[in-house]
Design a protein around this ligand. Structure first.
Ligand code: ADP
Ligand code: ZN
Length: 215
C-alpha cells in the first residue's frame, strides 16, 4: 500500500499519516521531519533546508526529491509507505510517478485532508511538537498528559518556529499556489480520495480506512 497524504499545513495529515502507517505496519515518511532531524543533527542538508523552512517557503525540488527517493528505496519501504508532506509541487509528483513507473510500481491512493484556512490558522497556534520524537499535540484538542512533556518519550514539547502566525499565513499561500494543484493531478489518475479534516482525531483513522477499503 503506497499512500500520499495531501492537505494544507495544519490540516491534520501528519496525525492521520502516523495512524495509518501504524495500522498497515508500513513506514510514515514526512519530508518535514527528515529536514528537521537533519537540522537538529547539524548536517549540511539541515542547514540548507532551514533557510527555506523558516520563512514558510518550500525547500527546492531537486534537494527534496533526492532525499525522498533515497528514503523510499530503503528495505523497510518494500511493502509500502505513507508519504506526509511529499509531493508538494507538480514537479515532485511527476518525478515520483516516473521513478515508480521504472519499478513497475505506482501510488495507490492520494488522500486529501480538507480544512478551511481559518480553522488552520486557529489550530497551528496551539500545535506543539516533541523535540525528541516529533510526536504532535495540540494544547486544546490533543493535549499532553503533563503540560509541555511528551506522552511517548518525556521529551519537551514546543511551538515550532514555522508555526508562528506570519509564517503560517505564508505557508498557506504557498500551499494554495503550489500544492493544491496536486488535487487535480491525482483526481485525473482516479486515485484521489477526500476526507474532512475537521472531524475528531479519534474517528480519523476509521474514516480513512473505510474510504480505502471501498477501493
Ligand atoms: P506542514 O505540513 O505542517 O507544513 P511539514 O513538516 O510537512 O509541515 O513541512 C515543514 C516545511 O518543510 C515546509 O514548510 C517546507 O519548507 C519544508 N518541506 C517539507 N516537505 C517539503 C517538500 N515536499 N517540498 C519542499 N519543501 C518541503
Ligand atoms: Zn516525544
Amino acid at each position: 500500500m503506497k499512500i500520499i497524504m495531501l492537505g494544507a499545513p495544519g490540516a491534520g495529515k501528519g496525525t492521520r499519516a502516523s495512524l495509518m502507517a501504524e495500522h498497515y505496519g508500513i513506514p510514515h515518511i514526512s519530508t518535514g521531519d527528515i529536514f528537521r532531524a537533519n537540522l537538529k543533527a547539524g548536517t549540511d542538508l539541515g542547514l540548507e533546508a532551514k533557510k527555506y523552512m523558516d520563512t514558510g517557503a518550500l525547500v527546492p525540488d531537486d534537494l527534496t526529491v533526492k532525499i525522498l527517493l533515497d528514503r523510499v528505496s530503503q528495505e523497510d519501504c518494500q511493502d509500502g509507505y505513507v508519504l506526509d508532506g511529499f509531493p508538494r509541487t507538480i514537479n515532485q509528483a511527476e518525478v515520483l510517478e516516473a521513478e515508480l513507473k521504472k519499478l513497475n510500481d505506482k501510488i495507490d491512493f492520494a488522500i486529501d485532508v480538507d480544512v478551511s484556512d481559518d480553522v488552520i490558522e486557529a489550530r497551528m497556534s496551539g500545535r506543539r511538537v516533541c523535540v525528541k520524537c516529533s510526536a504532535t499535540y495540540h494544547i486544546e484538542y490533543a493535549p499532553t498528559k503533563v503540560e509541555g512533556v511528551c506522552d511517548k518519550c518525556d521529551g519537551e514539547t514546543i511551538l515550532r518556529a514555522d508555526d508562528a502566525p506570519e509564517t503560517v499565513r505564508q505557508r498557506l499561500k504557498v500551499y494554495h499556489e503550489q500544492t493544491q494543484p496536486l488535487i487535480d493531478f491525482y483526481k485525473e489518475r482516479g486515485i484521489l480520495r477526500m476526507v474532512s479534516g475537521s472531524g475528531s482525531i479519534t474517528d480519523a483513522l476509521a474514516a480513512v480506512i473505510t474510504i480505502l477499503e471501498q477501493g
